[in-house]
Ligand binder design. Structure first.
Ligand SMILES: Nc1ncnc2c1ncn2[C@@H]1O[C@H](COP(=O)(O)OP(=O)(O)OP(=O)(O)O)[C@@H](O)[C@H]1O
Ligand SMILES: [Mg+2]
Length: 361
């Protein structure tokens, strides 16, 4: 049996195109560690740009097919799928602005013009969803007026430790956490004036030992005020995820949030429609707030629709009792929809990073 060469394998894999980046996996430098044993069994890695890549199985399948089609006498094929999360600033092409968190690869703002649409619910489950794929994730509760992260994680009376005058973030479900709720008594509300709010957010960034993170998620308060502006002025935010409910897309508040991010040059990763429908016991969907609102809004704004999360008892209970649904009820429809949305967010970031640096690293 003629021996197979690495060259033959790479040649075959040039036929596999990344549909997002529109280039083949070999020229994208994603194929690593090719090895061939004496029986022509082949093994290699496809290095993904995020462990949350929704195309994992597609790549595996397409590579296997390409080798079977183009490399005669190929034995068993073993493909590993490690991930190295990309960052728009890792290439040094975004060096204009000083970056106080150089070890954080990507910063995601979860926002909406309107209150009560599920921003915190989405931010919490997005962060956990990304961490469940193996990514290193942090979550900042930037809602100083109504922090909800302590309750949503069941950490109401917990206080973070101080080490060398820096705050060590609490950690749960694989996510490093910071919230004003960990620092002040909940029955002692603070009245935040603009500059105070800004400096609190800056302290969450500079006085907390975040370490190396693939994704740092910000759960923002509703609206387009001081906190939103401080965030985009302090950090290189990769993109904003806009959350809305189907009936609220018609309101100008959501469009206002989109416009604000555009004005300050923060890319829009896309829209997550929350409370999209209610799943009836027979499996059919009741679109109680109207159907297709999010999709229409996303189209009109030229942004991707990243996901549609149904209304679910598990979602609300999870938020109230500190047992996030993505962990507690992983098989539920809301959890599956959330996992998909998390993968889409990661995918949009990878696409953007590749475009920003032109090299995909
Ligand atoms: N898909 C859903 N199904 C059922 N309940 C939900 C869903 N999404 C959110 N909720 C519930 O709606 C309420 C508001 O959600 P959440 O606190 O996440 O909104 P928010 O936009 O962060 O609000 P705020 O503007 O006050 O920060 C919570 O009680 C939450 O549990
Ligand atoms: Mg909130």
């Amino acid at each position: 049996m003629p021996a197979i060469t690495e060259q033959q394998i790479l040649k075959a894999l040039e036929n596999v195109i990344d549909p997002d980046l529109k280039r083949d996996l070999v020229s994208l430098n994603m194929i690593k560690d090719v090895s061939i044993d004496n029986d022509n069994n082949i093994s290699f890695s496809i290095e993904l740009t995020t462990p949350a890549c929704p195309m994992k199985e597609h790549f595996k399948q397409a590579c296997t097919t390409a080798i079977r089609d183009h490399v005669p006498h190929a034995g068993e094929i073993t493909i590993d799928l490690p991930a190295k999360v990309t960052s728009a600033h890792s290439c040094g092409h975004h060096g204009e602005k000083e970056n106080p968190l150089p070890e954080v690869r990507n910063i995601i703002a979860v926002a909406s013009g309107k209150g009560g649409v599920g921003k915190s619910t989405v931010a919490v489950n997005l962060a956990i969803g990304l961490a469940m794929t193996g990514a290193k994730v942090g979550l900042i509760d930037a809602d100083l007026y109504g922090p909800s992260i302590p309750t949503m994680f069941g950490l109401e009376n917990k206080r973070p430790e101080m080490v060398n005058k820096k705050i060590v973030p609490l950690e749960k479900h694989g996510v490093k956490l910071m919230s004003i709720g960990f620092l002040i008594e909940s029955d002692n509300p603070v009245i935040w004036r603009g500059p105070m709010a800004s400096s609190a957010i800056k302290q969450f960034v500079s006085e907390v030992t975040w370490g190396e993170l693939d994704y740092l998620v910000f759960d923002l308060p509703p609206g387009t005020g001081d906190i939103q502006l401080t965030l985009v002025q302090t950090l290189p935010v990769n993109g904003a995820v806009i959350v809305t409910t189907p009936q609220d897309v018609a309101l100008s508040d959501v469009a206002k949030a989109v416009t604000m991010f555009r004005k300050v040059n923060v890319p829009l990763l896309g829209l997550i429609e929350n409370m999209s429908y209610y799943l009836l016991p027979d499996g059919s969907k009741d679109y109680i707030f109207g159907k297709g609102g999010g999709e229409k809004f996303a189209k009109a704004q030229c942004i991707p629709l990243l996901g549609s999360i149904p209304i679910g008892g598990v979602v609300r209970e999870g938020g109230d009792t500190g047992a996030p649904f993505i962990i507690e009820h992983p098989e539920s429809e809301p959890a599956q929809a959330m996992n998909k949305a998390a993968a889409e967010v990661a995918r949009q970031i990878s696409i953007q990073n590749a475009a920003a640096c032109g090299c995909g690293t």
